[in-house]
Design a binder for this molecule. Sequence first.
Ligand SMILES: [Ca+2]
Ligand SMILES: [Ca+2]
Ligand SMILES: [Ca+2]
Ligand SMILES: [Ca+2]
Length: 304
Amino acid sequence: MNARTKLAALLAAAPLLITAAAHAQDPAHATEYRMQHPGNGPGGEPRVAFLVHRLGSDHAEGISTLDMNGDGFVDLLSGAYWYENPGADGGEWKRHQFRTVGMHNEFVSDCGEWIVDVDHDGLPDLVTTGWITNGLWWYRNPGPKATAAGEMWKAEKITDSYDTEGGAFADIDGDGVPELITGKRYRGHSGADPGSYDPIVVYAYKLPTKELFAAGADPGFTRFALSVNGTASAGTQFVAADFDHDGDIDLASAGKLGVHVFENLKVVKVPKSVREATQPLNRDWPFPGEGKEVEQEEEPGTTK
Ligand SMILES: [Ca+2]
Ligand SMILES: [Ca+2]
Ligand SMILES: [Ca+2]
Ligand SMILES: [Ca+2]
């Protein structure tokens, strides 16, 4: 590229740069800009920010995705419930029950769940297993209409399997390069595991490139924090999909503090009104014993 071509390219990019800079300065866009441009991660690696949504506090372990009501937006399944994707504008993920799951104290017998059309009727079914209850099971999908109307899915046993704490389900012909995500499992084994009460974290690790591996030195995995000290944790599974169809890949996990959606902020199309309606701020003030509402006092001579 000669100097003239370079200058032309810079000039062509200028409106974009000016728009971004203006958004950074403009108070109406400042938060949006900051969330979408969180700065570089460890080692100067570019990264994206995620906004974590807690969908419920029921304890959960396995998690999977399927468009349960046939509206074109993939929904989340975890244990006895499915969570209805609110769609492109965001909002509340409504919880519905669609099956029963064995419970034992704080444990739910759902250490893994996978979507596959077991009976080849064109409707994807749910295959699941867990520690508490014996068996590998599949639940027959009665179709989006029946599911949306509240019909419970029927369980069919595949085989005996005792004390099953997980599993893997894979297309062994696949060649995709895996989105490696891990985190802390809150109260692992009822609190008996080392680190059971450490701050809860969810991290993503960027896999080293082929070139770094070929170079022979320790390639290293770059770690990015997705959630630190929040309630989002790792159960036995993560799922990744573009839940809101805005073009970026979102994540979801299930754990003993509930199901959480990690909304990718690389692209944001959720209206401000929805953000206001779904924020966790408790507006029911004054709180008990807090005092009473008073007028804000201004220094004499100050105009409001
Ligand atoms: Ca749906
Ligand atoms: Ca089926
Ligand atoms: Ca998305
Ligand atoms: Ca997004």
